[in-house]
Design a binder for this molecule. Sequence first.
Ligand code: TNX
Length: 546
Amino acid sequence: MMELLPRPTSYREGGPGAELSDGMVISADSASSGVADLLASELRAATGWQVNIAGPGADSANGLIRLEVRGNLGDLGPGTGDRAADGPAFPDPGAEKYRLTVTEAGVEIVAPTPAGVFYGTRTLRQLLPADLFRSAPSTARTAVAVEGVEISDAPRFGWRGIGLDLSRHFFPKDFVLKLVDLASLHKLNVLHLHLTDDQGWRAQIDGYPRLTEVGAWRRESPAGHYTEGRKDGTPHGGFFTKADLAEIVAYAARRFVTVLPEIDMPGHMQAAIASYPELGNTGEQLEVLTNWGISEHVLNLEENAVRFCTDVLEEIMEVFPGRYVHIGGDECPTTEWESSPRARQLCERLGLAGPQELQGWFTARMSEVISAKGRRLVGWNEIVDADAPPGSVILCWEGKNAWRAAVEAARAGLEVVMAPEPWCYFDWAYSDDPREPLAIRSAISVEQVYSLEPVPDDLEKDLAHRVIGAQCQLWSEYVATPQHAEYMYFPRACALAEVAWSGRDRSWEDFERRLSAHLARLGALGVNYRPLDGPNPGQARTWATP
Ligand code: TNX
């Protein structure tokens, strides 16, 4: 098999292949025209050729790529594609399948939805030389041969996620857009943006301007590992305006990536409490947290704080049209609630046994806000222990609890996405090699990521479909630059992509062989990936803060 990554469901070598050259034509039906535009601009950039777009039935002496959305693909995987009519394919894996055929007559990509056609074009790009991933020609080419193949492909999971923490360090918009490109190249379809936390608020909210005037900036950050207790004395911050966020969403949508916004509540809220002290439990003027770790300063859950969260979520849902809205829910200490007379009174008024029941009550309220807009709530696995509302999706991350919560949630009729730490936490170092840049801890190798089986062993077979995907996370306490982020993601994200897209029938040896070739593509795209045998001298220890 060619070096395709992620591995397609089926791949057959065909007869003679096709040739593409200057003046080639992409013939597309109207449903595929957006994908045709994108592919044409990528091919034009990399080759310098004229690439024409024509309607269905066009022909060309200079090479032809035909794109077509066709409802019935017969035996091509589980779904029928009948979701196409009611909006985004996500997360119906059946709607994302495609068939790619290369013969002397040209390249043909047929799929039940535009998303499927798009994934066919991602595979096609991998059938072309790695140099064609560049943004301008590196060498003059008159023609490119495409081998004869027949590929039928469909994802195993509908939710194939990649997460970025923008709070601990803010990243420029250009990097987020590049990450969308890289995600979609690997057929990942969810970009989870962790937009708020104790250490910084990153999304403009019209009703609460201080969130970005105050909450987006912190005085300083830890230097070195946080256990050393040193500080760098350097202010850090930034935020995205609504227009920035809308641009990211639109850029991602064009590449069939849904952006999942996370507003972490009711813990991990110190940046908001620093902006509006009345949201906290003590009234004290806090600063945006300059440490890593978990803050004990959490929201009070009185009416004004509930109103605040409602308003924020409503503004967020206007900017992010996707089906899912993430409200965090992780690591919420109850210390302040326990010592607050007002929190105890609130419990009494609500008829709750004590502060430990507050989070569940609050999550249910937020679920009403989200479902009133026809959306679905996503939360970290902690919300399973706080009566996760019906219809919510559980992102399972935390040690053994990730697996326990996944099983409990699936049995309770909820859907589950697996992002368990020892496979999916790309803030961990790749290895114990002392040359690795400073990281929160070690170690998750590419092979370790690849070994993830997202469906828990002890989950009943007939509930396996409740596991709808897998996701990797980059927490950014120790990652302050795009270059470093690329290093932490790649090539581990390549392995995660194959876990989420390809079936169980895959092998590390075969993946490793394909990955070696795939790295040339990442190189052509200018990705600062980690070489398989360890950091290069320019990467080794480079980003450790002094
Ligand atoms: C736990 S993952 C967190 C994050 C940290 C991460 C560091 C999760 C829901 N909470 O806030 O950044 O560990 O690995």
